[in-house]
Structure formats: structure tokens, C-alpha cells
Design a protein around this ligand. Structure first.
Ligand code: GLY
Length: 361
């Protein structure tokens, strides 16, 4: 089965692709992860689906396996949930030699990572993503954290896992809406890094949408390679890693204002259309490119517009984001053609408002 390696300054680790959860034992041994106990942090839905299976698989390597779950959804991604998890670890006498696993989507992985980074100043951490979005993006690269006071991921830490284990079969239980949201991040890699990959998605759209397992394994592994390449070059987002925020500048603002009505990947879809509109208005890409992009997102049921927001409110909300430095918004734009991108703060309010108005009906 496939493996992709992520190399960062502090850590080198594998993303392993397997069918089922039982292969995790080999991955644990290969990675050298040790410990007497492990706490699996997950949401209530994933606990019900996979809790027992994952526990049984982990019992091969850990004497005690605990599961701590929270209510599914972005609303749980806050310091109260983190506090609950710390209490749980303390009550169960977790010490520095114990481990934490993030099982599920981005919310579980980001919070598990934050707990691992901060509990006793850092304990062993592994990622077991089960959503497409987590598999292609959030479980890889060490960004961990929570939302705070209406701002997305504003409290957090960079903390790399010791490995990422992807059980490709979990796609079978993924709700359609979450699959679509994950596809927004998949398509993002094509836009920012590879026209070939963008064309591959477009040409294989039917196989992808029907979740053909070989095609999906290829797609997810390719996304992990892209992510590993970017993170290996710029672990702490001092430069090129920021291109992964394509669509996130407006997307995060929409997500915060929609009060969790839309899920992350959906907002990224809307944000990517807005960013693409800026490139189109600048004459960098054609209207045909923009239309085809919207059509591809729509094919995967990713929203390209949203209702009930005021463009000025979206604009103001953008300033509560980590992507703002010296009161300037850092924007990721397509550079000359799809498949190439760059970060810039040379962008006027008028351009941004025009782009927001395009996606806010
Ligand atoms: N999701 C963007 C990043 O990991 O940098």
C-alpha cells in the first residue's frame, strides 16, 4: 500500500494509506511510537462508527486505549472542549509517556493536535483522519488549534504528528456533503500548484464523484504529496505555505458570519470563486476559465455563492484573520494561469468588495 513522507525541520513522518484500521499496528511499529496508553479524541458520530474498531486495533500496541468524544461539528471547536479533554486526561492519569490520537475530520484532528501540543508541554500525537478534507489537508502539516471569539483557528500551535494513517475505506461512510466539502480542498491543489492535476480532476469527475476507490486513492495520495511538498519547504508559514490559504481569506470570513451554517470546505469553495473573480477582473485568467471552474465546483455540489450577507460585513470580518499582517490582508491569487499562484497584499478594497459581491447574492 501507498505511503507519502513529510519532512519538516523537527520531524519526518509518513502518511500511510491502508484498507481497514488493523494496519495501524504496523504503522505504529514503523514510526517508533510508544506509550502505555493512548486517548483517541473524536466526535460522537465517528465514535459510533469506528470507535470499537480503532480501539481494538490500537490495543495491539497500547495497554490502555481511551476514547474521549465531543459533539460533532465546528461549534465544538473551542477552549471549553479542550478544557474537558485536559480534565479527562488528568483524571485518567495521562503522563508524558502517553499519546493522543485525532480520529475523524478536521475538528477532531485540530483539537487533538492542540491538546497533544500543550498537555504537559507536548505528548505523542498521531492522526487518523476519516473525512476527505482531513485526509487531504488538515491532518497533514501540523496546524492545530481552535476557534475563539468568532475567529477561525485563531488559537493554536504548530505540532506535527508522528504519522498519519488513512483508512481509505472510511470514504464509504462519509456523508455526501462532507465529501463535497473535501473536494473543494482537492480542487484547490490543482488551482494553486498543478494544472495537470486540475485537468485530471475535471476529466475523471465521474469516477471521483462515484468514489471509485482506486481513483480516490490516487487523488488523496497526490494531494498529500502536494501538501508534503509545501510543508517540507515552509513548515511555519513564513512564505510559500500561505498559498494553501487560497480561497480561505474570504472563505473564513463567510464561515464566521454564517455562524456554522456552511461547513469549512463549502466556504473555501465560495472563497475560491471570489479569488478567481479577482484574477478574472485583472485579466489574468479568462471568463471561460472562471465559468469552467464554477461548473466543476457545482458538479461536485460545492456552493459557489451564498445568500444573506453584506459584502462590507464580509470585508470587515476578514480583518479578524491570521492572514492579516500590519493591517494588510494577504491574498492568494492565481499567477498567469491555473496551476500557479502567489501571495500578495497589493489588492484594493474595491477589488475585494467586487469579488465578495460576486459570491454574495
Ligand atoms: N490548511 C492550510 C495549511 O495547512 O497550511
Amino acid at each position: 500500500m501507498k505511503s507519502v513522507t513529510v519532512k519538516t525541520e523537527l520531524k519526518e513522518y509518513d502518511i500511510d494509506f491502508r484498507s481497514g484500521f488493523y494496519g495501524i499496528s504496523d504503522t505504529i511499529e514503523k514510526s517508533g511510537v510508544k506509550g502505555s496508553k493512548i486517548c483517541v479524541i473524536t466526535d460522537d458520530n465517528i465514535e459510533q462508527l469506528y470507535g470499537d474498531e480503532v480501539k481494538e486495533a490500537l490495543l495491539k500496541n497500547f495497554k490502555e486505549v481511551y476514547i474521549k468524544s465531543f459533539t460533532k461539528g465546528e461549534k465544538s471547536k473551542n477552549l471549553d472542549t479542550i478544557s474537558d479533554i485536559y480534565k479527562f486526561l488528568l483524571e485518567n492519569h495521562f503522563d508524558r509517556k502517553c499519546a493522543v490520537a485525532g480520529l475523524g475530520g478536521g475538528v477532531a484532528g485540530d483539537m487533538a493536535g492542540f491538546v497533544a501540543a500543550t498537555y504537559m508541554r507536548g505528548i505523542e500525537f498521531i492522526q487518523i483522519p476519516t473525512s476527505l478534507l482531513a485526509e487531504v489537508d488538515s491532518s497533514v502539516g501540523g496546524k492545530t488549534g481552535v476557534d475563539f471569539c468568532g475567529s477561525k483557528n485563531i488559537i493554536g500551535a504548530f505540532y506535527q504528528p508522528s504519522f498519519v494513517y488513512i483508512n481509505i475505506d472510511t470514504l464509504k461512510t462519509l456523508p455526501k456533503r462532507e465529501f463535497s466539502a473535501g473536494m473543494a480542498e482537492v480542487i484547490k491543489y490543482g488551482i494553486i500548484l498543478s494544472k495537470d492535476f486540475y485537468n485530471f480532476i475535471s476529466e475523471n469527475r465521474e469516477k471521483i464523484k462515484s468514489m471509485d476507490i482506486d481513483t480516490m486513492t490516487e487523488v488523496i495520495a497526490k494531494c498529500c504529496e502536494f501538501k508534503a511538498f509545501v510543508v517540507s519547504n515552509d513548515e511555519k508559514e513564513k512564505g510559500m505555505r500561505a498559498i494553501l490559504n487560497y480561497g480561505h481569506t474570504i472563505g473564513h470570513a463567510v464561515e464566521s458570519l454564517k455562524e456554522f451554517e456552511l461547513i469549512h470546505g463549502e466556504c473555501v469553495g465560495i472563497g475560491m470563486v471570489a479569488a478567481m473573480k479577482i484574477s478574472c477582473d485583472r485579466g489574468v485568467i479568462t471568463e471561460k476559465d472562471l465559468n469552467e471552474f464554477e461548473e466543476l465546483l457545482t458538479y461536485f455540489d460545492i456552493p459557489v455563492k451564498t445568500k444573506g450577507l453584506n459584502p462590507e460585513d464580509v470585508y470587515s470580518q476578514m480583518f479578524n484573520d491570521k492572514k492579516v499582517s500590519d493591517s494588510k490582508i494577504n491574498f492568494v491569487l492565481v499567477d498567469n494561469e491555473i496551476g500557479k499562484s502567489y501571495v500578495t497584499s497589493e489588492i484594493s478594497k474595491d477589488e475585494i468588495i467586487k469579488a465578495i459581491s460576486y459570491v454574495v447574492e
